[in-house]
Write a protein that binds this ligand. Structure first.
Ligand SMILES: Cc1cc2nc3c(=O)[nH]c(=O)nc-3n(C[C@H](O)[C@H](O)[C@H](O)COP(=O)(O)OP(=O)(O)OC[C@H]3O[C@@H](n4cnc5c(N)ncnc54)[C@H](O)[C@@H]3O)c2cc1C
Length: 493
């Protein structure tokens, strides 16, 4: 039997951190972890930054390029960055809101560090309008969450990520086109982890020794991370998926919702535990089938077409308890028949839409005129369907034109199908010192800023390991001289 040849990188004398994944989580982890006293290696199996650039930054050349490579899924995302302490059920319950907000502000500053990027406007700063919308939402039995938002177009995203690329290159080694195959506890003294890497074109695997490993592989690598987790014995909980529909109609569809900011989060909580929310409204954009993620976490998404006369908003429902779908059931639903379109009138009557999507839409040009018409309402399990209807009815109290019969629903979209890994407050896997889990892949976040924040926290924890210890012997006599400390004897260590 032939043996696999591999090259081994010896343990670094100063300590080494390997970050897997160059999306927002991995990038911020790398920046924050960097200290002069240790070495950082950032690996991503996708293309490097410049290899992902194309004339229209928002057009996907292929599915892999869209979510993979330097910048991660964020590089070709819609570019909407939400600065909020409501960053999902992993971070929000752990830290006081002002801690999260402070970190988000710092991340915002780090991302927009270059002079040219500072001009990217922050929307949603009118707190009077926010309070008015919140009051109207409460009357409609909805909960309104207000937060400031930055909207970056394709060029701005490239500029932000390009400057990140330069800064990261200054603090660590970037290895794109390199896949992390495996992470194992190291049998060697002096290093905690072995990281197995494989280069582009089937290069021999390379073994790297590391004190710390940050796993930031994003939502598209859920299956790989799940396998890793099982082999390493990392505790995780099954996902609770969210099922989504995109509601599309004429351009003025959403205006009353947009009085306080471009991205209102409106939530309805059903008495039996379903949570229905709407977010991500767009005016003038389009919906396209999402690039084929392994695991289909988003089935339909957007492309830029600002000249069009339509608007859309995403509606999402999550159920809990026995009525909740499992991740695999949700995945099967999302793949069922590709993107289906149904008019709102038919959705509420639970009858299929027939004819063409193009003919069904009235007063606007639908983004997918050739989408198959059918019945999303009967595809959705009952609790999801009922919660979706309840949400639309409440939203229509704020914005009556939402309820026009000719508006279209597209679906199904699915998100939140990642296993949610247990982590400590520093994003470390419990009982696995030096192994950090960050971003969307381990089911901790869903969005650029939240993913970046988990990376930031992990990076800080790693940097803290490498900071020089405070020399008490040097500090204490000085302080005593300055009469700043009591004269109690210092206890022996
Ligand atoms: C079409 C689309 C639009 C979006 N729009 C928005 C938006 O407007 N606002 C917003 O906040 N969020 C948006 N998102 C979500 C946002 O992009 C993600 O939440 C965010 O990028 C997650 O960051 P991450 O670092 O966890 O993972 P990712 O950004 O997914 O990065 C993970 C990286 O890890 C690499 N990787 C995976 N496995 C391995 C491996 N084994 N070895 C080496 N490398 C590996 C991948 O190549 C990838 O580059 C959008 C997502 C999509 C798909």
């Amino acid at each position: 039997m032939s043996r696999i040849a591999f090259s081994t990188e010896p343990p670094s004398p100063v300590g080494r951190t390997v970050v897997v994944g160059a999306g927002p989580a991995g990038l911020l982890a790398t920046l924050r972890a960097s200290t002069e006293a240790h070495e950082i290696l950032l690996v991503d199996h996708g293309k490097d930054f410049y290899g992902r650039r194309r004339p229209d930054a928002r057009q996907y050349a292929d599915a892999t390029t869209a979510v993979s490579g330097f910048g991660g899924a964020a590089l070709l995302s819609c570019g909407r960055m939400r600065l909020t302490h409501r960053v999902g059920t992993t971070l929000s319950p752990r830290f006081p809101p002002h801690d999260i907000e402070d970190r988000q502000r710092e991340i915002d500053t780090v991302l927009l560090q270059d002079e040219s990027e500072k001009n990217i406007e922050l929307y949603g700063t009118d707190m009077v309008a926010a309070a008015a919308l919140a009051a109207r939402a409460t009357e409609c039995d909805l909960d309104y969450t207000h937060y400031p938002v930055r909207e970056l177009d394709g060029e701005q995203l490239f500029s932000v990520m390009g400057s990140m690329r330069e800064r990261i290159a200054g603090v660590g080694r970037i290895l794109c086109g390199t896949r992390c195959m495996d992470v194992r506890p190291s049998p060697r003294s002096g290093s905690r982890w072995e990281v197995w890497l494989s280069g582009e074109g089937g290069e021999y695997p390379r073994l790297v020794h590391a004190d710390n490993v940050v796993l930031a592989p994003g939502a598209a690598a859920t299956a790989w991370l799940h396998d890793q987790g099982q082999r390493l014995g990392l505790p995780s909980r099954p996902a609770t998926p969210e099922i989504g529909l995109h509601l599309e109609g004429p351009r003025d569809l959403l205006e009353p919702l947009l009085t306080a900011g471009p991205d209102p989060l409106l939530t309805w909580q059903s008495p039996d535990g379903a949570t229905a929310r709407c977010l991500n409204p767009w005016t003038g954009d389009g919906i396209v089938p999402a690039p084929g993620h392994q695991g289909a976490h988003r089935h339909v998404t957007r492309r830029t077409d600002r000249s069009s006369n339509r608007a859309q908003i995403t509606l999402l429902v999550r159920c809990t308890g026995p009525q909740a779908l499992t991740a695999s059931q949700a995945r099967v639903l999302a793949f069922h028949g590709g993107v289906i379109a149904q008019t709102l009138g038919d959705f509420f009557q639970d009858r299929p839409t027939t004819g063409t999507t193009g003919a069904a839409a009235v007063g606007y040009l639908p983004s997918l005129p050739k989408a198959t018409t059918g019945s999303l309402s009967t595809l959705l399990p009952r609790p999801y369907r009922e919660a979706m209807k309840a949400l639309i009815i409440r939203l229509a109290k704020l914005s009556p034109s939402l309820l026009h019969e000719e508006n279209l629903l597209y679906g199904l979209a699915v998100q939140g199908i990642e296993h949610r890994f247990d982590i400590t407050d520093s994003m470390q896997a419990p009982e696995h010192p030096g192994l950090y889990l960050v971003g969307d892949g381990p089911g901790l976040t869903d969005g650029i800023m939240a993913a970046a924040e988990t990376g930031w926290i992990a990076g800080d924890a790693i940097a803290a390991q490498h900071r020089p210890m405070v020399d008490l012997g040097r500090l204490v006599p000085q302080a005593r001289n300055a009469n700043q400390l009591s004269h109690d004897p210092i206890p022996a260590a």
